[in-house]
Design a protein around this ligand. Structure first.
Ligand SMILES: Nc1ncnc2c1ncn2[C@@H]1O[C@H](COP(=O)(O)OP(=O)(O)OP(=O)(O)O)[C@@H](O)[C@H]1O
Ligand SMILES: [Mg+2]
Length: 335
């Protein structure tokens, strides 16, 4: 079986000059959690809009489950659920009413919809608030409602555009748990975008770092970190003895630097080297004063490939929030 999503030389140019997506290629296997990580304006939402058939690519192709996302847009759309970046639930309706509306959009039969809505509201811990107007919901409750809406037609692929933007740590962790469950229990493919490095690191099987419309690097979180030259183990001995040769002989060690009784050992498999080294220390009676494993963080990876740090990124898009929200609601009604 081929990949569930495949993009080839995908391009989106807005207004004849803004190259929002500038020739990207990727493929995603069924059941994968795939993350698009990048700063504001990188092209993340634009890519999602093209895959979910809301926008037509300027050039390139997208295949979803073997079908062309432009020619077979209607069939493709039914395989996918989308939780957009901007909140789209109608404030004046209750959570349950919003869900019914969504079920209707996807032609889910009423009796089936009723059952699923109960189930999803329970799953997202929204049972008690289900019949209250959405304008009484907190930010976290709204996001959970959007997530429930995206699942109403049991999609094979779920798109989450900034699922935890602006939420506090506890609520983010609740959402992460839901995402992991969807993957594990339903083998759902999840495509998510995020600004948060820890989020990408902890949730994604693979990550693409995108900046200025181009994919800078792609791989598992561990591969990306290893691409920076791997881990460093720092060792400090009680005595000033030379163990350079012993350390160098440990498998997977790339280099050993000595400075008196301090050593820096480089390896792409720091955890294995650390284990071997500790075993040998006991066996050979080496007197260790301190030992520590330093792994490159995803933040360093990001810095390396984009020249930017995400730490200081402002977290809202450049578009006026209110206008974006209105546009999103209209867009949804039109569908
Ligand atoms: N409808 C539009 N018309 C013109 N330009 C647009 C439109 N939508 C997005 N852009 C531009 O395309 C580029 C990519 O935007 P996009 O929304 O895809 O980025 P993003 O990675 O999702 O950013 P964010 O992190 O802020 O959500 C930006 O330069 C943006 O200003
Ligand atoms: Mg976006």
């Amino acid at each position: 079986m081929g990949p569930i999503i495949e993009a080839k030389e995908l391009v989106k140019i807005y207004d004849k000059e803004v190259r929002a997506v500038d020739g990207i290629d990727f493929s995603i296997e069924e059941g994968e959690v795939f993350g698009f990580l990048g700063p504001n304006g990188a092209g993340k939402s634009t890519t999602i809009s093209m895959i979910t058939t809301l926008l037509t690519p300027t050039a390139g192709t997208i295949t979803v489950a073997g079908m062309d996302a432009v020619k077979d847009a209607n069939k493709v759309r039914h395989l996918m659920g989308l939780v957009p970046q901007e909140l789209t639930a109608d404030d004046e309706l209750s959570g349950r009413e919003n869900m019914m509306l969504q079920a209707d959009l996807y032609n889910v039969p009423k009796d089936v919809a009723k059952k699923r809505i109960d189930e999803l509201l329970r799953l997202m811990n929204l049972e008690e608030a289900a019949d209250r107007k959405v304008d009484t919901y907190s930010g976290g409750m709204r996001k959970r409602l959007e997530l429930a809406e995206g699942l109403i037609h049991r999609p094979r692929i779920l798109f989450l555009d900034e699922p935890t933007l602006g939420l506090d740590i506890q609520t983010r962790e609740v959402i992460w748990r839901h995402i992991r469950n969807l993957k594990e229990e339903n083998q759902m493919t999840v495509f998510l975008t995020t600004h948060y490095l820890e989020e990408a690191d902890s949730l994604c099987d693979r990550i693409a770092i995108i900046d200025e419309g181009k994919i800078k690097v792609m791989g598992t979180p561990d591969e990306l970190k290893a691409s920076l030259g791997g881990d460093v183990i720092s060792v400090e001995l009680r005595d000033d003895v030379d163990l350079t040769e012993d350390f160098s002989a440990i498998s997977n060690v790339k280099s050993v630097q000595r400075d008196g009784s301090s050593y820096r050992i480089k390896s792409e498999k720091g955890d294995e080297v650390m284990e071997d080294l500790l075993g040998m220390a006991v066996e050979k009676g080496w007197k260790l004063k301190a030992i520590a494993l330093h792994r490159p963080s995803l933040n360093q990876v990001f810095l390396q490939y984009t020249g930017k740090s995400l730490r200081d990124e402002q977290q809202s898009g450049s578009m006026n929030k209110h206008a974006a929200r209105k546009a999103a609601i209209q867009n949804k009604r039109r569908r």
